[in-house]
Design a binder for this molecule. Structure first.
Ligand SMILES: Nc1ncnc2c1ncn2[C@@H]1O[C@H](COP(=O)(O)OP(=O)(O)OP(=O)(O)O)[C@@H](O)[C@H]1O
Ligand SMILES: [Mg+2]
Length: 445
Protein backbone atom coordinates (compact mmCIF):
# COMPACT_ATOMS: atom_id res chain seq x y z
CA UNK A 1 0.00 0.00 0.00
CA UNK A 2 1.36 3.41 -0.91
CA UNK A 3 0.68 6.37 1.32
CA UNK A 4 -0.21 9.73 -0.10
CA UNK A 5 2.79 12.06 -0.30
CA UNK A 6 2.98 15.22 1.77
CA UNK A 7 2.66 17.38 -1.33
CA UNK A 8 -0.42 15.49 -2.51
CA UNK A 9 -2.00 15.78 0.94
CA UNK A 10 -1.37 19.48 1.17
CA UNK A 11 -2.58 20.05 -2.39
CA UNK A 12 -5.81 18.15 -1.75
CA UNK A 13 -6.45 20.00 1.51
CA UNK A 14 -5.67 23.31 -0.16
CA UNK A 15 -7.95 22.54 -3.10
CA UNK A 16 -10.80 21.58 -0.77
CA UNK A 17 -10.25 24.69 1.32
CA UNK A 18 -10.15 27.05 -1.68
CA UNK A 19 -13.24 25.43 -3.21
CA UNK A 20 -15.24 25.55 0.03
CA UNK A 21 -14.07 29.06 0.87
CA UNK A 22 -14.86 30.50 -2.53
CA UNK A 23 -18.20 28.69 -2.67
CA UNK A 24 -19.14 30.27 0.67
CA UNK A 25 -17.95 33.69 -0.50
CA UNK A 26 -19.84 33.32 -3.81
CA UNK A 27 -23.11 32.24 -2.20
CA UNK A 28 -23.08 34.82 0.58
CA UNK A 29 -22.01 37.66 -1.75
CA UNK A 30 -24.79 36.96 -4.25
CA UNK A 31 -27.37 36.64 -1.44
CA UNK A 32 -26.21 39.94 0.05
CA UNK A 33 -26.27 41.63 -3.33
CA UNK A 34 -29.76 40.35 -4.05
CA UNK A 35 -31.13 41.62 -0.75
CA UNK A 36 -29.48 44.97 -1.29
CA UNK A 37 -30.88 45.37 -4.82
CA UNK A 38 -34.31 44.28 -3.61
CA UNK A 39 -34.26 46.98 -0.95
CA UNK A 40 -33.47 49.59 -3.59
CA UNK A 41 -36.30 48.30 -5.79
CA UNK A 42 -38.76 48.33 -2.91
CA UNK A 43 -37.83 51.86 -1.90
CA UNK A 44 -38.18 53.02 -5.50
CA UNK A 45 -41.60 51.40 -5.98
CA UNK A 46 -42.86 52.80 -2.72
CA UNK A 47 -41.80 56.25 -3.79
CA UNK A 48 -43.59 55.83 -7.11
CA UNK A 49 -46.76 54.74 -5.33
CA UNK A 50 -46.66 57.73 -3.00
CA UNK A 51 -46.07 60.02 -5.98
CA UNK A 52 -49.00 58.44 -7.90
CA UNK A 53 -51.36 59.01 -5.00
CA UNK A 54 -50.10 62.57 -4.56
CA UNK A 55 -50.72 63.34 -8.25
CA UNK A 56 -54.23 61.91 -8.34
CA UNK A 57 -57.08 64.43 -8.41
CA UNK A 58 -60.75 63.61 -8.58
CA UNK A 59 -62.61 65.70 -11.14
CA UNK A 60 -66.17 67.03 -10.90
CA UNK A 61 -67.52 63.79 -12.42
CA UNK A 62 -65.82 61.83 -9.59
CA UNK A 63 -63.21 60.35 -11.97
CA UNK A 64 -59.57 60.40 -11.07
CA UNK A 65 -56.95 62.11 -13.23
CA UNK A 66 -53.28 62.93 -12.77
CA UNK A 67 -52.27 66.55 -12.13
CA UNK A 68 -49.20 65.81 -14.34
CA UNK A 69 -47.55 62.60 -15.66
CA UNK A 70 -45.52 60.63 -13.12
CA UNK A 71 -41.90 61.73 -13.07
CA UNK A 72 -40.34 58.40 -14.21
CA UNK A 73 -40.62 58.24 -18.04
CA UNK A 74 -40.45 54.44 -17.96
CA UNK A 75 -44.13 54.35 -16.97
CA UNK A 76 -44.89 55.94 -20.35
CA UNK A 77 -43.01 53.48 -22.52
CA UNK A 78 -44.53 50.19 -23.73
CA UNK A 79 -42.55 47.15 -22.72
CA UNK A 80 -40.54 49.06 -20.11
CA UNK A 81 -41.75 46.74 -17.35
CA UNK A 82 -42.89 49.68 -15.09
CA UNK A 83 -46.65 50.02 -14.57
CA UNK A 84 -49.19 51.87 -12.51
CA UNK A 85 -52.95 51.55 -12.35
CA UNK A 86 -55.90 53.17 -10.55
CA UNK A 87 -59.21 51.32 -10.32
CA UNK A 88 -62.32 51.18 -8.20
CA UNK A 89 -64.49 48.27 -7.27
CA UNK A 90 -66.43 48.55 -10.50
CA UNK A 91 -63.48 48.52 -12.81
CA UNK A 92 -60.41 50.17 -14.22
CA UNK A 93 -60.16 53.95 -14.08
CA UNK A 94 -56.68 54.94 -15.21
CA UNK A 95 -53.45 53.04 -16.17
CA UNK A 96 -49.97 53.84 -17.33
CA UNK A 97 -49.38 53.83 -21.11
CA UNK A 98 -46.82 51.09 -20.53
CA UNK A 99 -49.66 48.70 -19.64
CA UNK A 100 -51.27 49.07 -23.07
CA UNK A 101 -54.50 47.12 -22.91
CA UNK A 102 -53.37 44.90 -20.05
CA UNK A 103 -54.24 45.47 -16.44
CA UNK A 104 -53.05 44.57 -12.97
CA UNK A 105 -55.08 42.59 -10.49
CA UNK A 106 -56.61 45.34 -8.27
CA UNK A 107 -57.18 42.92 -5.40
CA UNK A 108 -53.48 43.28 -4.72
CA UNK A 109 -54.25 46.76 -3.36
CA UNK A 110 -56.48 45.86 -0.46
CA UNK A 111 -55.51 47.97 2.53
CA UNK A 112 -55.00 51.59 3.43
CA UNK A 113 -51.40 50.87 4.33
CA UNK A 114 -48.82 50.14 1.64
CA UNK A 115 -48.52 46.39 0.90
CA UNK A 116 -46.29 44.58 -1.54
CA UNK A 117 -46.30 41.13 -3.06
CA UNK A 118 -44.78 39.13 -5.89
CA UNK A 119 -47.51 38.34 -8.36
CA UNK A 120 -47.97 37.60 -12.03
CA UNK A 121 -47.79 40.83 -14.07
CA UNK A 122 -48.66 41.56 -17.69
CA UNK A 123 -45.24 40.26 -18.87
CA UNK A 124 -44.22 37.61 -16.36
CA UNK A 125 -43.62 37.78 -12.61
CA UNK A 126 -43.75 41.24 -11.09
CA UNK A 127 -43.28 43.03 -7.78
CA UNK A 128 -46.53 44.82 -7.02
CA UNK A 129 -47.06 47.67 -4.52
CA UNK A 130 -50.54 48.78 -3.68
CA UNK A 131 -52.80 50.68 -1.29
CA UNK A 132 -56.40 51.84 -1.21
CA UNK A 133 -57.83 55.31 -0.64
CA UNK A 134 -61.38 56.33 -0.02
CA UNK A 135 -62.59 59.02 -2.42
CA UNK A 136 -64.74 61.91 -1.28
CA UNK A 137 -67.70 60.05 -2.79
CA UNK A 138 -67.00 57.14 -0.40
CA UNK A 139 -65.69 54.87 -3.14
CA UNK A 140 -62.61 52.72 -2.60
CA UNK A 141 -59.83 53.52 -5.09
CA UNK A 142 -57.09 50.89 -5.67
CA UNK A 143 -53.65 52.33 -6.45
CA UNK A 144 -51.09 49.88 -7.87
CA UNK A 145 -47.46 50.32 -8.95
CA UNK A 146 -45.54 47.33 -10.33
CA UNK A 147 -42.35 46.40 -12.03
CA UNK A 148 -41.29 43.17 -13.76
CA UNK A 149 -38.93 41.17 -11.55
CA UNK A 150 -36.79 40.47 -14.65
CA UNK A 151 -35.07 43.82 -13.96
CA UNK A 152 -34.08 42.59 -10.54
CA UNK A 153 -33.16 39.10 -11.80
CA UNK A 154 -31.13 40.61 -14.65
CA UNK A 155 -29.09 42.68 -12.22
CA UNK A 156 -28.52 39.69 -9.96
CA UNK A 157 -27.51 37.49 -12.92
CA UNK A 158 -25.08 40.13 -14.18
CA UNK A 159 -23.59 40.39 -10.73
CA UNK A 160 -23.26 36.60 -10.46
CA UNK A 161 -21.49 36.41 -13.81
CA UNK A 162 -19.02 39.11 -12.82
CA UNK A 163 -18.57 37.50 -9.42
CA UNK A 164 -17.86 34.11 -11.01
CA UNK A 165 -15.11 35.55 -13.21
CA UNK A 166 -13.65 37.35 -10.26
CA UNK A 167 -13.81 34.24 -8.02
CA UNK A 168 -12.19 32.11 -10.72
CA UNK A 169 -9.33 34.60 -10.94
CA UNK A 170 -9.08 34.59 -7.15
CA UNK A 171 -9.05 30.76 -7.09
CA UNK A 172 -6.26 30.69 -9.68
CA UNK A 173 -4.25 33.22 -7.66
CA UNK A 174 -4.82 31.30 -4.40
CA UNK A 175 -3.85 27.95 -5.94
CA UNK A 176 -0.77 29.45 -7.55
CA UNK A 177 0.17 31.06 -4.23
CA UNK A 178 -0.37 27.76 -2.41
CA UNK A 179 1.73 25.88 -4.98
CA UNK A 180 4.56 28.37 -4.50
CA UNK A 181 4.24 28.18 -0.72
CA UNK A 182 4.27 24.39 -0.91
CA UNK A 183 7.33 24.43 -3.09
CA UNK A 184 9.06 26.75 -0.66
CA UNK A 185 7.99 24.79 2.42
CA UNK A 186 9.00 21.37 1.10
CA UNK A 187 12.33 22.41 -0.37
CA UNK A 188 14.15 21.34 2.82
CA UNK A 189 12.68 17.83 2.36
CA UNK A 190 14.21 17.61 -1.11
CA UNK A 191 17.47 18.85 0.35
CA UNK A 192 17.21 16.23 3.09
CA UNK A 193 16.74 13.47 0.49
CA UNK A 194 19.70 14.77 -1.53
CA UNK A 195 21.88 14.98 1.59
CA UNK A 196 21.08 11.38 2.62
CA UNK A 197 21.72 10.20 -0.97
CA UNK A 198 25.06 12.03 -0.99
CA UNK A 199 26.07 10.30 2.26
CA UNK A 200 24.98 6.96 0.86
CA UNK A 201 26.93 7.48 -2.37
CA UNK A 202 29.96 8.49 -0.35
CA UNK A 203 29.98 12.04 -1.73
CA UNK A 204 29.40 13.56 1.70
CA UNK A 205 30.35 12.34 5.15
CA UNK A 206 27.71 14.17 7.17
CA UNK A 207 24.31 15.80 6.68
CA UNK A 208 25.71 19.33 6.66
CA UNK A 209 23.99 22.48 7.93
CA UNK A 210 21.83 24.55 8.29
CA UNK A 211 18.42 22.85 8.51
CA UNK A 212 15.01 24.30 9.47
CA UNK A 213 14.19 23.73 13.14
CA UNK A 214 11.76 20.86 12.34
CA UNK A 215 14.41 18.92 10.44
CA UNK A 216 17.52 19.89 12.38
CA UNK A 217 16.99 17.23 15.13
CA UNK A 218 16.63 14.50 12.49
CA UNK A 219 19.75 15.65 10.66
CA UNK A 220 21.64 15.79 13.96
CA UNK A 221 20.46 12.26 14.86
CA UNK A 222 21.55 10.98 11.47
CA UNK A 223 24.95 12.57 11.97
CA UNK A 224 25.27 10.92 15.38
CA UNK A 225 24.32 7.58 13.83
CA UNK A 226 26.97 8.07 11.16
CA UNK A 227 29.51 8.95 13.86
CA UNK A 228 28.82 5.75 15.78
CA UNK A 229 28.82 3.61 12.63
CA UNK A 230 32.09 5.10 11.55
CA UNK A 231 33.58 4.33 14.95
CA UNK A 232 32.27 0.74 14.80
CA UNK A 233 33.62 0.26 11.31
CA UNK A 234 37.01 1.59 12.31
CA UNK A 235 37.12 -0.78 15.30
CA UNK A 236 36.05 -3.75 13.17
CA UNK A 237 38.67 -2.95 10.55
CA UNK A 238 41.43 -2.76 13.12
CA UNK A 239 40.32 -6.04 14.64
CA UNK A 240 40.07 -7.91 11.35
CA UNK A 241 43.40 -6.41 10.27
CA UNK A 242 45.00 -7.66 13.47
CA UNK A 243 43.50 -11.11 13.01
CA UNK A 244 44.66 -11.34 9.40
CA UNK A 245 48.10 -10.13 10.32
CA UNK A 246 48.43 -12.67 13.13
CA UNK A 247 47.30 -15.54 10.95
CA UNK A 248 49.21 -14.48 7.85
CA UNK A 249 52.55 -14.30 9.62
CA UNK A 250 52.17 -17.86 10.90
CA UNK A 251 50.83 -18.94 7.53
CA UNK A 252 53.85 -17.43 5.74
CA UNK A 253 56.16 -19.46 8.01
CA UNK A 254 54.16 -22.62 7.29
CA UNK A 255 54.14 -21.93 3.52
CA UNK A 256 57.94 -21.47 3.54
CA UNK A 257 58.36 -24.78 5.35
CA UNK A 258 55.95 -26.50 2.96
CA UNK A 259 57.88 -25.14 -0.03
CA UNK A 260 61.04 -26.84 1.19
CA UNK A 261 59.10 -30.11 1.33
CA UNK A 262 57.29 -29.56 -1.96
CA UNK A 263 59.03 -32.47 -3.69
CA UNK A 264 57.43 -34.90 -1.24
CA UNK A 265 53.72 -35.75 -1.57
CA UNK A 266 52.93 -34.63 1.97
CA UNK A 267 54.80 -31.34 1.41
CA UNK A 268 52.91 -30.67 -1.83
CA UNK A 269 49.58 -31.20 -0.07
CA UNK A 270 50.73 -28.99 2.78
CA UNK A 271 51.70 -26.24 0.33
CA UNK A 272 48.41 -26.43 -1.56
CA UNK A 273 46.50 -26.29 1.71
CA UNK A 274 48.52 -23.33 2.95
CA UNK A 275 47.72 -21.45 -0.28
CA UNK A 276 44.08 -22.40 0.04
CA UNK A 277 44.01 -21.10 3.62
CA UNK A 278 45.65 -17.86 2.48
CA UNK A 279 43.00 -17.41 -0.21
CA UNK A 280 40.19 -18.23 2.23
CA UNK A 281 41.63 -15.63 4.52
CA UNK A 282 41.48 -13.11 1.66
CA UNK A 283 37.89 -14.08 1.04
CA UNK A 284 36.78 -13.64 4.64
CA UNK A 285 38.72 -10.43 5.02
CA UNK A 286 37.09 -9.10 1.85
CA UNK A 287 33.66 -10.01 3.16
CA UNK A 288 34.39 -8.32 6.47
CA UNK A 289 35.58 -5.28 4.58
CA UNK A 290 32.52 -5.32 2.30
CA UNK A 291 30.23 -5.40 5.33
CA UNK A 292 32.18 -2.66 7.03
CA UNK A 293 32.35 -0.74 3.78
CA UNK A 294 28.71 0.25 4.06
CA UNK A 295 29.86 3.12 6.23
CA UNK A 296 31.23 6.37 4.88
CA UNK A 297 33.44 5.93 1.89
CA UNK A 298 36.89 7.22 1.02
CA UNK A 299 37.46 7.82 -2.66
CA UNK A 300 39.82 6.00 -5.00
CA UNK A 301 41.29 7.49 -8.12
CA UNK A 302 42.23 6.34 -11.55
CA UNK A 303 44.71 5.84 -13.07
CA UNK A 304 46.70 6.23 -9.79
CA UNK A 305 45.21 3.04 -8.26
CA UNK A 306 46.39 0.96 -11.24
CA UNK A 307 50.10 1.73 -11.19
CA UNK A 308 51.22 -0.60 -8.34
CA UNK A 309 48.91 -3.38 -9.52
CA UNK A 310 50.14 -3.27 -13.10
CA UNK A 311 53.76 -3.57 -12.09
CA UNK A 312 52.88 -6.48 -9.78
CA UNK A 313 50.92 -8.21 -12.58
CA UNK A 314 53.68 -7.69 -15.14
CA UNK A 315 56.07 -9.31 -12.66
CA UNK A 316 53.64 -12.15 -11.88
CA UNK A 317 53.15 -13.09 -15.52
CA UNK A 318 56.78 -12.37 -16.48
CA UNK A 319 57.43 -15.68 -18.19
CA UNK A 320 54.36 -15.43 -20.42
CA UNK A 321 55.05 -11.99 -21.86
CA UNK A 322 51.55 -10.56 -21.30
CA UNK A 323 51.18 -6.85 -22.12
CA UNK A 324 48.95 -4.79 -19.82
CA UNK A 325 47.72 -1.45 -21.24
CA UNK A 326 45.66 1.11 -19.34
CA UNK A 327 43.69 3.86 -20.96
CA UNK A 328 41.20 6.38 -19.51
CA UNK A 329 40.73 9.87 -18.07
CA UNK A 330 41.56 11.03 -14.54
CA UNK A 331 38.63 9.83 -12.44
CA UNK A 332 37.60 9.64 -8.82
CA UNK A 333 35.51 6.69 -7.61
CA UNK A 334 33.31 6.34 -4.55
CA UNK A 335 35.03 3.25 -3.17
CA UNK A 336 37.58 2.57 -0.49
CA UNK A 337 41.09 2.36 -2.07
CA UNK A 338 41.84 -0.99 -0.41
CA UNK A 339 38.61 -2.54 -1.70
CA UNK A 340 39.22 -1.08 -5.14
CA UNK A 341 42.74 -2.52 -5.24
CA UNK A 342 41.39 -5.92 -4.17
CA UNK A 343 38.77 -5.91 -6.96
CA UNK A 344 41.28 -4.80 -9.58
CA UNK A 345 43.90 -7.30 -8.55
CA UNK A 346 41.39 -10.15 -8.86
CA UNK A 347 40.21 -9.00 -12.29
CA UNK A 348 43.75 -8.39 -13.53
CA UNK A 349 44.92 -11.72 -12.11
CA UNK A 350 42.15 -13.58 -13.98
CA UNK A 351 42.74 -11.65 -17.20
CA UNK A 352 46.50 -12.26 -16.94
CA UNK A 353 46.01 -15.97 -16.22
CA UNK A 354 43.76 -16.47 -19.26
CA UNK A 355 45.13 -13.94 -21.79
CA UNK A 356 47.34 -15.13 -24.62
CA UNK A 357 49.16 -11.81 -25.15
CA UNK A 358 47.19 -8.71 -24.16
CA UNK A 359 45.12 -7.28 -21.36
CA UNK A 360 43.42 -3.90 -21.91
CA UNK A 361 42.12 -1.83 -19.05
CA UNK A 362 40.02 1.13 -20.05
CA UNK A 363 37.45 3.31 -18.28
CA UNK A 364 34.97 6.11 -18.98
CA UNK A 365 33.02 8.51 -16.79
CA UNK A 366 29.43 9.45 -17.52
CA UNK A 367 26.34 10.50 -15.55
CA UNK A 368 28.05 10.23 -12.19
CA UNK A 369 29.38 6.73 -12.84
CA UNK A 370 32.71 5.28 -13.81
CA UNK A 371 32.70 2.12 -15.95
CA UNK A 372 35.93 0.15 -16.10
CA UNK A 373 36.56 -2.80 -18.44
CA UNK A 374 39.30 -5.38 -18.13
CA UNK A 375 39.52 -7.23 -21.46
CA UNK A 376 41.76 -10.18 -22.25
CA UNK A 377 42.41 -12.08 -25.50
CA UNK A 378 42.08 -15.49 -23.87
CA UNK A 379 39.77 -18.36 -24.80
CA UNK A 380 36.65 -16.58 -23.50
CA UNK A 381 33.87 -18.08 -21.38
CA UNK A 382 30.71 -19.83 -22.54
CA UNK A 383 27.73 -17.47 -22.15
CA UNK A 384 25.83 -19.92 -20.00
CA UNK A 385 28.64 -20.06 -17.41
CA UNK A 386 29.17 -16.29 -17.00
CA UNK A 387 26.99 -15.78 -13.91
CA UNK A 388 27.89 -19.08 -12.26
CA UNK A 389 31.53 -18.04 -11.95
CA UNK A 390 30.61 -15.52 -9.24
CA UNK A 391 29.61 -18.34 -6.90
CA UNK A 392 32.45 -18.98 -4.40
CA UNK A 393 34.48 -22.05 -5.33
CA UNK A 394 33.25 -22.37 -8.93
CA UNK A 395 36.03 -22.82 -11.51
CA UNK A 396 35.79 -23.87 -15.13
CA UNK A 397 39.28 -25.15 -15.73
CA UNK A 398 40.90 -27.19 -12.99
CA UNK A 399 44.23 -27.16 -14.88
CA UNK A 400 44.83 -23.49 -14.18
CA UNK A 401 45.65 -22.81 -10.51
CA UNK A 402 43.12 -20.94 -8.44
CA UNK A 403 40.50 -21.33 -5.69
CA UNK A 404 37.42 -19.97 -7.41
CA UNK A 405 37.09 -17.09 -4.96
CA UNK A 406 38.45 -14.09 -6.89
CA UNK A 407 35.25 -13.13 -8.71
CA UNK A 408 33.09 -13.69 -5.61
CA UNK A 409 35.36 -11.40 -3.59
CA UNK A 410 35.41 -8.78 -6.34
CA UNK A 411 31.63 -8.71 -6.73
CA UNK A 412 31.04 -8.54 -2.96
CA UNK A 413 33.31 -5.52 -2.68
CA UNK A 414 31.81 -3.84 -5.77
CA UNK A 415 28.29 -4.28 -4.46
CA UNK A 416 29.25 -3.03 -1.01
CA UNK A 417 30.26 0.20 -2.77
CA UNK A 418 26.85 0.25 -4.57
CA UNK A 419 28.50 -0.80 -7.82
CA UNK A 420 28.13 -3.78 -10.15
CA UNK A 421 30.48 -6.35 -11.66
CA UNK A 422 29.62 -8.54 -14.63
CA UNK A 423 31.50 -10.75 -17.10
CA UNK A 424 30.78 -10.69 -20.83
CA UNK A 425 32.33 -11.99 -24.02
CA UNK A 426 34.63 -9.48 -25.77
CA UNK A 427 32.57 -6.93 -27.67
CA UNK A 428 34.76 -6.74 -30.78
CA UNK A 429 34.13 -10.33 -31.86
CA UNK A 430 37.62 -11.62 -31.05
CA UNK A 431 37.90 -14.42 -28.50
CA UNK A 432 38.34 -13.21 -24.95
CA UNK A 433 36.49 -11.98 -21.88
CA UNK A 434 35.58 -8.54 -20.56
CA UNK A 435 34.97 -7.92 -16.88
CA UNK A 436 32.89 -4.78 -16.51
CA UNK A 437 32.98 -2.89 -13.21
CA UNK A 438 30.64 0.08 -12.67
CA UNK A 439 31.02 2.33 -9.63
CA UNK A 440 29.72 5.71 -8.51
CA UNK A 441 31.99 8.60 -9.32
CA UNK A 442 33.66 10.12 -6.28
CA UNK A 443 32.87 13.56 -4.89
CA UNK A 444 35.56 15.48 -6.74
CA UNK A 445 35.18 14.07 -10.25
N1 LIG B 1 39.20 -13.78 -17.97
C1 LIG B 1 38.79 -15.04 -17.88
N2 LIG B 1 38.81 -15.86 -18.94
C2 LIG B 1 38.40 -17.13 -18.87
N3 LIG B 1 37.89 -17.69 -17.74
C3 LIG B 1 37.83 -16.94 -16.64
C4 LIG B 1 38.26 -15.58 -16.64
N4 LIG B 1 38.05 -15.07 -15.42
C5 LIG B 1 37.54 -16.07 -14.67
N5 LIG B 1 37.41 -17.19 -15.38
C6 LIG B 1 36.84 -18.49 -14.93
O1 LIG B 1 36.13 -18.23 -13.76
C7 LIG B 1 36.58 -19.05 -12.69
C8 LIG B 1 36.46 -18.36 -11.39
O2 LIG B 1 37.31 -17.23 -11.31
P1 LIG B 1 37.75 -16.69 -9.91
O3 LIG B 1 38.61 -15.51 -10.09
O4 LIG B 1 36.55 -16.57 -9.09
O5 LIG B 1 38.58 -17.88 -9.33
P2 LIG B 1 40.01 -18.38 -9.72
O6 LIG B 1 40.67 -17.38 -10.55
O7 LIG B 1 39.84 -19.75 -10.26
O8 LIG B 1 40.68 -18.50 -8.29
P3 LIG B 1 41.18 -17.32 -7.35
O9 LIG B 1 40.83 -16.04 -8.05
O10 LIG B 1 40.36 -17.53 -6.13
O11 LIG B 1 42.62 -17.54 -7.16
C9 LIG B 1 37.99 -19.37 -13.07
O12 LIG B 1 38.38 -20.57 -12.49
C10 LIG B 1 37.88 -19.49 -14.58
O13 LIG B 1 37.41 -20.76 -14.93
MG1 LIG C 1 40.83 -15.38 -9.95
Amino acid sequence: MTTLGLRARFSLAMLAWVTLGLLAVGLSASALFRSHVEQVFHAELEEHLVELIGLTEIDAGGRPRLARPVSDPRFGARGSGYYWQISHDDGLLLRSPSLGTASLDDRLAHSEGITHIRAPGPAGPAMVYGMTRRSTGGETLHFLVATDTRHLEGLVADFRRDLLVWLAALAAALILGAALALQLATRPLDRLGAAVAAVRAGNARRMGKPWPSEIAPLAADLDRLLDSREAMVAAARIESGNLAHGLRTSLAVLTDEAETLADQPAGATLLAECRRIARQLDWHLARARAAAGQGPVRNSSLPAALAPLLSAMTRLHQGRDIRFTANGPEASLAIDPEAFAEILSNLLDNAGKWASAEVDIDWQTSAGRVTLQVTDDGPGIQEGALERLFVPGVRLDEQVPGHGLGLAIARDLAEAAHGTLVLAPRADGRSGTTAMLTLHAGANS
